[in-house]
Design a protein around this ligand. Structure first.
Ligand SMILES: C[S@@+](CC[C@H](N)C(=O)[O-])C[C@H]1O[C@@H](n2cnc3c(N)ncnc32)[C@H](O)[C@@H]1O
Length: 199
């Protein structure tokens, strides 16, 4: 299963489409998706009239890219000037990073004042058993089932922040007006948005 197939041929693509809607991007916004893989999110933002960019640490993850504006870069050292973007997103990336706070501070640097950061990560409810139960309940098979279970395995091996930990992390990185919602079955994923309030 290629990365492009996961983003375009599994239920994951529909989750990302819902996430884009929740971000409420405005036409003309400059957006950056960090850890974009082949770039479904930048492509969806472009479809809503944004000037969208993406980046990923792994050059192989960019293969078959859906958007031309993707570069290879580390979330902790992003090669863009400060205050550039209206919206920065990172889906299923922060939870993998050993130093999520440094990456969040770097994303804050790139945002204009009042710019929005929106992230998606597995919640504290995510586990292999919870994912298997959801897959059974929904009758998921093939790529859909496999990608959900892979996600749960990676979540168990990395971070699964709860609400309080998420708020503290975002606040420490300089974000205010933090809002969040639980998604994916019984809330296996947490979507969180925050606004940069000063430089
Ligand atoms: C689970 S995938 C999520 C991809 C995409 N955001 C999505 O939701 O489909 C995690 C991605 O983050 C990238 N990644 C991991 N560490 C990174 C880092 N330090 N900087 C930038 N990208 C990173 C990986 O290469 C991979 O493409």
């Amino acid at each position: 299963m290629s990365f492009l197939e996961v983003q375009t041929q599994t239920a994951w693509g529909r989750v990302l489409a819902g996430f884009v809607q929740w971000c409420a991007p405005q036409s003309g916004w400059l957006t950056l998706d960090v850890g974009s893989g082949p770039g479904l999110l930048p492509a969806l933002f472009a479809g809503r009239g944004c000037r969208s960019f993406g980046c990923d640490l792994d050059g192989a993850a960019l293969r078959g890219r859906l958007s031309s504006s993707l570069i290879q870069a580390d979330a902790c050292w992003l090669p863009f000037p400060s205050g550039t973007f209206d919206l920065v997103t990172a889906t299923n990336v922060l939870f993998l990073l050993p130093d999520a706070l440094t990456a969040l501070q770097e994303m804050a640097r790139l945002l204009r004042v009042e710019g929005v950061l929106a992230c998606l990560n597995p919640s504290e409810r995510m586990s292999v058993s919870a994912a298997a139960a959801l897959a059974d309940e929904r009758g998921l098979q093939g790529l859909d089932r496999q990608s959900l279970l892979d996600w749960a395995r990676r979540a168990e091996a990395h971070h699964r922040w709860n609400e309080e930990q998420t708020v503290n992390l975002f606040a420490e990185a300089g974000f205010r007006r933090i809002e969040m919602t639980l998604k994916v079955g019984p809330g296996l994923a947490r979507w969180v948005k925050g606004v940069k309030d000063k430089d």
